[in-house]
Ligand binder design. Structure first.
Ligand code: AMP
Length: 174
């Protein structure tokens, strides 16, 4: 089977999780399948290699799984963007609006060197709020987001609009 239909066959749709109306895309069957995990990481790695990425920023929490494995394969550093209150060193924060309330993401102050070419990685692009805030943290530190890469895109939510000027790559669209 081709890579994309194969990966699609491993995504489990959970209706009404974590709340009514949400179709949750569960990627744990991809992680659990040796070929599935390798195939997905290879897609991220190829895209990063093409873009001459120097550092990978993974978004809390499933972005760590794909981002860290891709960074290892590429031989580049990995940086976590975390939800508020988790990072121990001096850091900067960015808050963004959700349908109800606010969310905050953080990055360590010394995570990115000025001019560094960064790929932002997460499992899924929905409204784009999280990725947009993470991109702002990277640019605040002087980095350049040369790719934002997601396994899955929920196209109707148009999350790409939160990443103006950033090349966005997604492998599976719903
Ligand atoms: P957003 O900021 O709206 O783009 O949401 C993106 C974050 O929420 C990602 O870290 C996803 O892991 C998670 N997420 C949002 N919607 C879903 C969904 N339908 N299924 C699985 N994860 C989701």
């Amino acid at each position: 089977m081709d890579d994309i239909p194969f990966l699609r066959s491993l995504i489990r749709n959970i209706p009404d999780f974590p709340q009514p109306g949400i179709q949750f895309k569960d990627i744990t069957p991809i992680l659990a399948d040796a070929k599935g995990f390798q195939t997905s990481i290879n897609l991220f790695v190829e895209k990063c290699r093409d873009a001459n990425v120097q550092k990978i920023v993974g978004i809390d929490a499933r972005g760590f799984l794909f981002g860290a494995a891709a960074a290892y394969a590429l031989g580049v550093g990995f940086i976590p963007v975390r939800k508020a209150g988790k990072l121990p060193f001096t850091r900067r924060s960015h808050s963004y609006t959700l349908e109800y309330g606010n969310n905050v993401v953080e990055i360590h102050d010394d995570a990115i060197l000025p001019g560094e070419r960064v790929a932002l990685i997460d499992d899924l692009l929905a409204t784009g709020g999280t990725a947009g805030a993470a991109a702002k943290l990277v640019t605040d530190l002087g980095g350049s987001v040369v790719q934002a890469i997601f396994l899955i895109e929920l196209v109707a939510l148009d999350g790409r609009k939160q990443l103006p000027g950033v090349p966005v790559t997604t492998f599976l669209q719903y």
